[in-house]
Design a protein around this ligand. Structure first.
Ligand code: SIN
Length: 272
């Protein structure tokens, strides 16, 4: 295992994800995920069934609410950008589907087709984002909850293309959840900042105008290079991130090319 930065991310080698994993290997990978927040694997040749079998070592696959999954594997969402498109799916800093009452604990993303260059994904460590705030601000945020919504325009427009051609028909306005602004990770016990520019609308009990100055500060703070890493995909790469303490951002710099990945999210629990 090789950490890719001082703050987040580790590349794992010597594991064939397509094979049945021993309990010891699963436990080592889970610890690596808890320690590094996102783990990367290279040169994997796996089928959708093998991706799901890998995911099931760590939890139960979830279903993405707005876009249909693969015909035979509804838990696998194709993350696709076509050559004629200019908007990429999820192209804003976010944690996955935090507008759900129990957001996913993690996400497993597998590269199927990549542009010749570009289309990297950035990740940011939300423990560090919290821990580097001043004590008075941490105290203030500790007591707050925030409203997270699927309707926030900047994120909603990134899924519009796929909703148009393979949407499930579910209305975005039905998806809204109130979560602590600082959540305690259920496995590590560490506190992580849990707001994001893609989905967080306001602090509960406050207006959007009142919330905006502090949220804007947090959105800039929480993605600092010191808390981040950049993953350059190669064919057969797989990333597994902890959605409870990491955010991600897919870079949209490959117009005119196809990028296709297969995504599975894992069911999570209610943040506290
Ligand atoms: C996502 O799950 O938000 C997409 C990430 C990516 O395309 O790299």
């Amino acid at each position: 295992m090789r950490p890719v930065t001082g703050g987040i991310g580790a590349e794992i080698s010597g594991i064939d994800i397509g094979e049945a994993l021993s309990a010891a290997t699963v436990s080592e990978l889970r610890q690596a995920l808890l320690d590094h927040l996102v783990i990367f694997f290279r040169d994997q040749e796996i089928t959708p069934a093998q991706q799901l079998a890998f995911v099931r070592h760590f939890g139960e696959p979830d279903i993405y609410p707005f876009v249909k999954g693969l015909e035979d594997y509804p838990e696998i969402t194709p993350i696709l950008k076509l050559p004629e498109e200019t908007v990429n799916f999820g192209g804003i800093w976010h944690s996955d589907t935090v507008y759900q009452p129990e957001p996913p604990m993690g996400t497993v993303l597998y590269a199927k087709e990549l542009p010749p260059s570009g289309g990297d994904t950035l990740f940011a460590n939300q423990y560090q984002a919290y821990e580097t705030l001043s004590e008075p601000l941490r105290k203030f945020l500790d007591g707050l909850t925030a409203i997270n919504s699927a309707t926030k325009g900047s994120a909603a427009k990134t899924r519009a293309g796929r909703v148009a051609d393979s949407g499930t028909g579910l209305a975005e306005k039905t998806m809204q959840a109130e979560h602590p602004v600082v959540r305690t990770h259920p496995e590590t016990g560490r506190k992580a900042l849990f707001v994001n520019i893609g989905h967080t609308v306001r602090f509960a009990g406050m207006t959007e105008e009142e919330s905006a100055p502090i949220l804007d500060f947090l959105y800039h703070h929480q993605i600092k290079p010191e808390f981040s890493c950049r993953f350059i995909w190669t064919p057969g790469s797989l990333a597994f991130w902890d959605n409870r303490c990491a955010q991600h951002y897919p870079v949209n710099d490959y117009h005119g090319h196809t990028r296709l990945l297969h995504r599975v999210t894992l069911k999570g629990d209610k943040p506290f």
